[in-house]
Design a protein. Structure first.
Length: 305
């Protein structure tokens, strides 16, 4: 369960998602579009009334999908490789640009590796920013914290992370003696694999998850504005994964229950009027329609714990 600091209203905000799926039984499968369709069903705030226990915001979404390819499994190598990998890494292109590099599961007994297809350049790290052509990169804001960084007029989620990176010997040109190789894996008839431990530049891959929930807060102008969670958290809290729903290729429908547990919603939002905006996507990367909840306050949807 992640704990997030940097919050003025409450000392700590802790939220995690619990996803429950209820599939409807169908003897005669209906014909649905292969693009997922969703509808808002219900929303509830369960206030337990105890500061030592977490409250819950629960969202129910009905869904339909024509070929049943909804859900991602953390145990399926295909679902943690490109395009569903968790983060992109970067190579310096030598002229001030960055080349994104995804990850893939190449061997089942080691973590995903960087996936290069002939790209050239050095692996971008915290040291890259010291090079004149890369002085535009953000500074260190904290482990896994996207910096307040605008690139080409667009806010970016690029940040630094200290971690182990697995690199094939065939791609060894992307590192040099400034990178710390802590181990080398060898196997007969296969290229060596370097395990590098360093603070590198990364960017979360939005396709790693398959549900997105945006929070909208009503302002003094009466309009709803996207709430910036980077003000209270270093990670995109409300993006998550729900599991594979169907092993066969067939039409499915059901209800997705998405539970967000927290200590911090009441002091953060108090009597503010909110809406949630929800999207899901399937393994073919078809995005569903976008739905919004009706406007609500936490008190409006409060239920007993």
């Amino acid at each position: 369960m992640p704990y997030f600091g940097r919050m003025n209203i409450a000392r700590r905000l802790a939220i995690y998602a619990v996803l429950v799926v209820i599939l409807s039984s169908c003897f005669d499968p209906p014909e649905y579009s292969v693009i997922p369709q969703i509808e808002f069903n219900d929303i509830a705030f369960v206030d337990v009334g105890d500061f030592s226990a977490q409250d819950s915001l629960i969202l129910w979404i009905d869904f339909k999908d024509g070929d049943g390819d909804l859900g991602l499994s953390p145990n399926d190598p295909r679902h943690i490789s490109e395009p569903y990998h968790d983060s992109d890494y970067f190579l310096e292109d030598g002229s001030g640009g960055l080349i994104p590099i995804p990850k893939e599961v190449r061997y089942t007994d080691i973590p995903p590796m960087l996936k290069l297809t002939g790209q050239q350049g050095k692996l971008a790290s915290i040291r890259t920013r010291k090079k004149p052509l890369y002085s535009y990169l953000p500074g260190w804001r904290g482990e896994n914290c996207p910096a307040s960084f605008v690139r080409n007029g667009v806010p970016d989620t690029i940040h630094y992370s200290y971690q182990k990176i697995y690199i094939s010997e065939e791609d060894g040109h992307i590192i040099d003696n400034t990178y710390q190789i802590i181990d080398t894996l060898t196997a007969q008839d296969f290229p060596d694999i370097y395990i590098v431990e360093d603070t590198v530049l990364v960017k979360p891959n939005p396709l790693h998850n398959n549900i997105r929930v945006d929070w909208l807060v009503q302002g003094n102008d009466g309009n709803f504005h996207l709430f910036d969670w980077s003000e209270v958290s270093c990670t995109p809290i409300f993006n998550a994964r729900f599991p594979v729903l169907e092993d066969e290729t067939r039409a499915i429908e059901g209800t997705l229950q998405y539970t967000m547990k927290t200590f911090g919603l009441v002091p953060l939002f108090s009597i503010k009027t909110l809406k949630l905006r929800i999207t899901i996507w399937d393994r073919a990367l078809h995005k569903s329609n976008v739905v919004e909840t009706p406007p609500f306050t936490l008190n409006d949807i409060r239920r007993g714990g």
